[in-house]
Write a protein that binds this ligand. Structure first.
Ligand code: SF4
Ligand code: F3S
Length: 103
């Protein structure tokens, strides 16, 4: 599962699609965590898609991640500022790849 304390345990290494990336990153096998308020661990995500399909405010966008061992697509939280903290994505993800900081 995603580390809920990633913002203390990892370092910001850049931005992709306007979203903060937390390392370590070693493309294409290791992609880190994308997002801060809504955070997706790209190294855990298997592209199930339930988060994207069910988010009431369309926070997520598909991106291609060719060569990643878990899946060749991931969900980027491109509209994380619109998140209403409903926690649906956190609860629905089958591999616990998402953390939402509702505090
Ligand atoms: Fe969307 Fe709810 Fe997840 Fe926020 S917590 S990204 S509103 S599903
Ligand atoms: Fe990935 Fe979980 Fe969403 S596997 S696509 S973060 S439901």
């Amino acid at each position: 599962a995603i580390d809920p304390n990633f913002d203390q345990n990892r370092e910001r290494v850049g931005e992709e699609n306007g979203v903060t990336v937390w390392g370590p990153v070693d493309e294409p096998e290791q992609l880190g965590i994308h997002g801060t308020h809504v955070a997706v661990d790209y190294d855990i995500c298997i592209a199930d898609g339930a988060c994207l399909e069910n988010c009431p405010v369309d926070v997520f966008t598909w991106v291609d991640t060719p060569g990643h061992p878990a899946s060749e697509e991931k969900v980027e939280p491109t509209r994380e500022s619109q998140c209403i903290d409903c926690m649906l994505c956190v609860d629905i993800c089958p591999v616990d790849a998402i953390d939402v900081d509702a505090s």
